[in-house]
Design a protein around this ligand. Structure first.
Ligand code: NAD
Length: 360
């Protein structure tokens, strides 16, 4: 009998509950089609938690996440809480949950669907076949190093320190090799080893770990070259692994290849298979409650959860194929529609994907 997997569901604010609802419908369909079993538990998080419990990340929500095998998150935030003090801002809850759950990597796929190529700013012949993942280190590097101002000989100076220890590099690099093993086994490690000492440690560590994964074809790419190659030959990349700041920039660049924020899924992973899965987009307050949000980013986040946390590859394939089938048939939510008058709503998109899963 299939083991029951516990899913902590934190829908959040704005369009969060609308898109998460469709993702859960998809998960329930996979229970029916593949005999998977899930137990869903819901918790408050973000703005709604501030309103109801006085904090963006209530202790019972955190406990629920810690008890679960994986977390499904919608989005948080909105104008109502924008002027709150730091500890009462929904985004503070996001930083807190990542820290508390020990999530040290962020994984973002960038997949170009043939039928949506017109939504990208790049030429179709450049984009064709693009299907890559950026694995970004999330808790170290220059964003977390010591920062200070001082008086120098030429006036005021500012200092940001970039620090990585070998353990931090090893764990993210191993994770990237593992991700590459689930795909076409090509890994590009991105650094600036010609200039930075942290990058030299990074590269040495990658080279030391590489023999553990003899099937993975490894290349080292300098970050400036990677930024260019992502625009010139994006389809040549499979998995890209890099440190925090480079990853921040490159994952946004890669995201733009696909053309629409409503399509982008993401995962934040810690030790082992535990992960938090969420769409890249925010709570979209401008369209919240209208039933028009694109649920695909959240639905594809479920496919990512199936692959990375549970190893349910067949069910993940089915979800991704169903999304492609529905898009190929011309169905679009407003954000990706060429003709907005023909756009469909959130629930309708979810229903079409579920129907396609059953028929393929
Ligand atoms: P956003 O991603 O919410 O919206 C940007 C634009 O994209 C809007 O026009 C929105 O309507 C559109 N959009 C986003 N997702 C969509 C979808 N699924 N379908 C259709 N259209 C979609 O970014 P923002 O407006 O900068 O931020 C709004 C709020 O979300 C802010 O409070 C911000 O702090 C928060 N935010 C949260 C997260 C998160 O929860 N991880 C991430 C980013 C922003």
């Amino acid at each position: 009998m299939t083991e029951v997997k516990k899913i902590a569901v934190i829908a959040g604010d704005g369009i969060g509950p609308e898109v998460v609802n469709e993702a859960i419908k998809v998960m329930k369909k996979t229970e029916e089609l593949f005999g998977l079993r899930f137990e869903f538990e819901e918790g408050l998080f973000g703005g709604i938690a501030i309103d109801e419990k006085g904090t963006p990340l209530p202790a019972d929500t955190l406990d629920m996440c810690k008890r679960a095998d994986a977390v499904l998150l919608g989005a948080v935030g909105g104008p109502k809480w924008d002027n709150n003090s730091k500890e009462l801002r929904p985004e503070t809850g996001l930083l807190g949950i990542r820290k508390e759950l020990g999530l040290f990597s962020n994984i973002r796929p960038a997949v170009v669907f043939d039928c949506l190529m017109e939504a990208s700013t790049l030429k179709p012949e450049v984009l064709e076949g693009t299907d890559l993942i950026v694995v970004r280190e999330l808790t170290g590097g220059i964003y977390f190093g010591e920062k200070f101002r001082r008086q120098g000989e030429a006036g005021e100076e500012a200092v940001d320190t970039c620090v990585y220890n070998v353990t931090e590099v090893e764990r993210i690099v191993r994770q990237a090799f593992e991700v590459a093993m689930t795909r076409s086994k090509r890994l590009a490690s991105v650094d600036k080893a010609n200039v930075l000492e942290t990058s030299r440690l990074w590269r040495e560590t990658v080279n030391r770990i590489a023999p553990e994964y003899p099937e993975v074809e490894l290349e080292h790419v300098l970050v400036d070259n990677c930024a260019m190659q992502l625009l010139r030959r994006p389809s040549s990349f499979d998995v890209i692994v890099t440190e925090n700041m480079f990853g921040d920039i490159l994952s946004d660049e890669a995201a733009m290849l696909t053309g629409s924020i409503g399509m982008l899924s993401s995962a934040s992973l810690g030790e082992g298979s535990y992960g938090l899965y969420e769409p890249v987009h925010g709570s979209a307050p401008d369209i919240a409650g209208k039933g028009i949000a694109n649920p695909i980013a959240t639905i594809l986040s479920v496919a990512l959860m199936y692959r990375l946390t549970f190893g349910y590859h067949e069910a993940a394939d089915r979800i991704e194929q169903a999304v492609k089938q529905v898009l190929d048939a011309g169905h679009r939510t407003g954000d990706i529609a060429v003709d907005p008058s023909k756009a469909i709503g959130t629930t309708e998109m979810g229903d079409l994907i579920i129907a396609a899963m059953a028929s393929s």
